[in-house]
Design a protein around this ligand. Structure first.
Ligand SMILES: [Cu+2]
Length: 144
């Protein structure tokens, strides 16, 4: 009998621990340490965006235009995410310009139909381009 009571007591302790753990994990008790859940903003490269604007030559700065990244000017808050979607017919990248962003990232080549996500943790102005087609530019402003 005593053995059974002990088993029942252990089961009760395990169940209570699991429920309390689940409540903490879900943030119901308002654990302030969890990072802010930001919004997701989509930027698309449309068909033909691999074609540079007339007169543009290698070494020129990227052209900030919705023709290349749509939208090409976005304002976010820290914790927000960009989802870059390649709807063009050739791979593109979504890459910070060295020295022109408060933090650097590089998607690497994103194939047609594929996407890339980046969550911003550092405020500031991010100048974006495509390493494969450097006529393509975008500017993302991240507010604190
Ligand atoms: Cu490209």
């Amino acid at each position: 009998m005593a053995g059974r009571t002990l088993v029942a007591a252990v089961v009760v302790v395990i169940v209570v621990a699991a429920v309390v753990g689940a409540i903490f994990a879900s943030g119901m008790l308002g654990g302030g340490a969890a990072p802010r859940q930001g919004k997701v903003v989509r930027i698309v490269s449309q068909k033909g965006s691999y074609l540079p604007p007339e007169g543009w030559k290698l070494g020129d700065p990227p052209t900030i235009s919705d023709k290349y990244y749509n939208p090409s000017r976005v304002t976010l808050n820290v914790g927000d995410t960009i989802e870059y979607v390649n709807e063009d017919e050739t791979p593109h990248t979504f890459t910070t310009m060295k020295g022109k962003a408060p933090a650097d990232f590089d998607s690497g080549p994103i194939n047609p139909g594929a996407s890339f996500r980046y969550t911003f943790r550092t405020p500031g102005e991010y100048n974006i381009y495509c390493t494969l087609h450097p006529h393509k530019g975008a500017v993302i402003n991240v507010l604190p």
